[in-house]
Design a protein around this ligand. Structure first.
Ligand SMILES: Cc1cc2nc3c(=O)[nH]c(=O)nc-3n(C[C@H](O)[C@H](O)[C@H](O)COP(=O)(O)OP(=O)(O)OC[C@H]3O[C@@H](n4cnc5c(N)ncnc54)[C@H](O)[C@@H]3O)c2cc1C
Length: 440
C-alpha cells in the first residue's frame, strides 16, 4: 500500500510537469496578469482541457499505471479528474460568456464538446460509479430505479463517446484566439491531446484484437448462487494470484459484453477457473453457456496481489473468496508456498454457499502456517464475523509471525466498513489495509 501511495505521489508529480509546461506556454511572460478575467478564463479552460485528457488516459487500461495503482483506483482518479474538469469547464464557460460575449466557431465547438461530456457524465455517475450518495432516502431510491432501468453495459457503450468529446474540445482549444497567438501553443495542445486519444484508440480498437482467445471447458453450479466456469486459452498467460481479467463470452445469450472476473485458480497449462456469483443478466446467462463457447480474455490486471513479506489476515465475504482461493491453490500446488502465517476468515450465508470449505480445511490441516475460520451467518448455530474476531485473529497472527501483519479484504462495502473500523481500532492503518470490492 505504501508503494501505492508513493506511486500516486509520483504520478501526481509526473502529471504536474506537463500541466506546468502547458500553463507556462500560455501565460509565460505575463504571469502578473494571472487574475485578469481573460487570463483566469484561459487558466480554467486549459486546466479543464488537461483534466479531460488525463481522465481519458486513466480509463485506457494503461498497464504501467494499472499495476501500480490498481484498476479501481485508476477509475476513481478518472472520475475525479473528469468531475474537476467539468467544474473548471463551467467556470471557463462562465468567464468567457460574461466577460467576452462573442460567438465564434471556437465557442460552438467548445459548447458541443463540453455538452457531450456533461451528457455522458451525469448518467455515468449514477449508473456506473457509486458517486451519487444513497442518502437522503429519496435520492437512494431514485438512484436504484435508474440503475435497474439502465444497463451498466449500455452506459459503458455510451461512455465510448468520451474520446469524441475530447477530440471536439481539441478543435475548440486549437481554434481559440489565445492558442493562435504563437506556434508553441498549438503544439502543446496536440502534445497533451494526441497521446490520450491514441491510448484510448489502442484500448478500444487494438486491445480486443490482442486479447487471448479460448473456450469454456465446463460450467458447473457450485451452490444456488455460485458457478464454476473452467476455460482453456490458446496461449500461455502469467497471472499472479489475486489478479483478474476482462472476459467476453461469445454466445447469443451473453452478447458482446466484457466483464471483470478474478482467476480463482492459477493459470496452469493454459487452463483456468472462475467462480462467478449469479448477480444479474450477464452472469445469469453464463450459467447457460456450454462447453465449447468461445471466450476472449484481456488481462491479467489488478494490484490485489498480497504482501508475502509479513503475516497476513485474509477476510472474504461471499464470492470475495476468489482471489484468496487462487493464492491458496497456488500454495497447495507447491508453486508459491506461504512464507509467513496466514489466517483466512470467510463469511458466507450458508454452508452451501461455502463450496471450498472442505478444500481449505484440508489444506489448513497439512500446513501449520495456514488457519481457516468459516463464519456462516444464516445457519443455526452460525454467527457473524465481528470486530472482536478480527482483533483476536490479528493478535494471534502477530504473535505467531513476530511482525505486524497486513490485512487483505474482498467482499461487500458494508462488510468492508466493519473490517476497516476493526483494523483501525487494532492499529492496522491504511498502509497495511488492502481491499478489493469487485466494483470499478
Ligand atoms: C476487479 C473485479 C473482479 C471481479 N471478480 C469477480 C469474481 O471473481 N466473481 C464474481 O462473481 N464477480 C466478480 N466481479 C463482479 C462482476 O464483474 C459483476 O458481478 C458482473 O460484471 C455483474 O454483471 P451482471 O450483468 O451479471 O450484473 P448486473 O446486475 O448488470 O451488475 C451488477 C453490478 O456489477 C457491475 N458490472 C456490471 N456489468 C459490468 C461490466 N461490464 N464491467 C464492470 N462492472 C460491471 C456493476 O457494479 C453493477 O452494478 C468482479 C468485479 C471486479 C471489478
Amino acid at each position: 500500500m505504501r508503494t501505492r501511495q508513493n506511486s500516486i505521489l509520483l504520478i501526481a508529480v509526473a502529471a504536474a510537469v506537463p500541466y506546468g509546461v502547458l500553463l507556462q506556454g500560455f501565460l509565460g511572460g505575463s504571469w502578473y496578469t494571472f487574475f485578469h478575467p481573460y487570463s483566469l478564463g484561459m487558466v480554467f479552460g486549459l486546466s479543464a482541457w488537461f483534466l479531460f485528457c488525463a481522465s481519458l488516459l486513466l480509463a485506457a487500461r494503461v498497464r504501467f499505471l494499472e499495476r501500480r495503482l490498481g484498476q479501481d483506483r485508476l477509475l476513481g482518479l478518472h472520475r475525479y479528474a473528469a468531475l474537476s474538469g467539468m467544474v473548471l469547464g463551467c467556470l471557463h464557460a462562465a468567464f468567457k460568456t460574461f466577460f467576452f460575449p462573442e460567438f465564434t466557431v471556437a465557442h460552438y465547438t467548445g459548447g458541443a464538446g463540453f455538452g457531450l461530456i456533461l451528457l455522458l457524465a451525469i448518467p455515468s455517475a449514477v449508473v456506473m460509479a457509486a458517486m451519487v450518495p444513497d442518502r437522503p432516502v429519496w435520492l437512494g431510491r431514485c438512484k436504484q430505479r435508474i440503475r435497474s432501468a439502465v444497463r451498466y453495459s449500455a452506459m459503458k457503450g455510451l461512455h465510448n463517446l468520451l474520446p469524441a468529446a475530447v477530440a471536439i474540445l481539441m478543435v475548440h482549444v486549437l481554434l481559440a484566439a489565445p492558442t493562435a497567438e504563437n506556434r508553441l501553443r498549438p503544439l502543446l495542445i496536440l502534445a497533451t491531446g494526441l497521446p490520450a486519444l491514441s491510448l484510448w484508440l489502442d484500448h478500444k480498437v487494438l486491445r480486443p484484437l490482442r486479447a487471448a482467445r479460448g473456450t469454456i471447458t465446463q460450467v458447473a453450479a457450485l451452490s444456488p448462487s455460485l458457478l464454476s466456469v473452467s476455460f482453456r486459452i490458446s496461449r500461455p498467460l502469467r497471472a499472479i494470484p489475486g489478479q483478474f481479467g476482462y472476459f467476453r463470452v461469445r454466445s447469443p445469450r451473453t452478447g458482446r459484453e466484457e466483464h471483470p472476473l478474478t482467476f480463482a485458480a492459477p493459470l496452469e497449462n493454459r487452463n483456468g477457473e472462475l467462480v462467478v456469483r449469479r448477480e444479474g443478466r450477464w452472469t445469469e446467462a453464463l450459467a447457460f453457456c456450454s462447453a465449447g463457447s468461445e471466450i476472449r480474455l484481456d488481462g491479467p490486471y489488478g494490484a490485489f496481489t498480497f504482501d508475502e513479506e509479513r503475516p497476513m489476515l485474509w477476510i472474504a465475504g461471499g464470492v470475495g473468496i476468489t482471489p484468496f482461493c487462487a493464492r491458496i491453490r497456488a500454495a497447495a500446488q507447491g508453486s508459491a508456498p506461504l512464507r509467513h502465517p496466514v489466517t483466512l476468515l470467510w463469511s458466507a450465508a450458508t454452508a452451501q454457499e461455502m463450496p471450498f470449505r472442505e478444500e481449505f480445511l484440508a489444506y489448513a490441516a497439512g500446513e501449520h502456517r495456514f488457519c481457516f475460520i468459516p463464519y456462516l451467518t444464516r445457519e443455526s448455530g452460525g454467527r457473524r464475523l465481528t470486530p472482536p474476531d478480527i482483533a483476536a485473529a490479528l493478535r494471534v497472527l502477530e504473535e505467531a509471525g513476530g511482525a505486524p501483519c497486513s490485512v487483505w479484504f474482498c467482499g461487500s462495502r458494508p462488510l468492508r466498513a466493519v473490517v476497516k473500523a476493526a483494523c483501525v481500532a487494532a492499529g492496522v492503518f491504511r498502509g497495511r489495509f488492502h481491499y478489493e470490492d469487485f466494483s470499478v
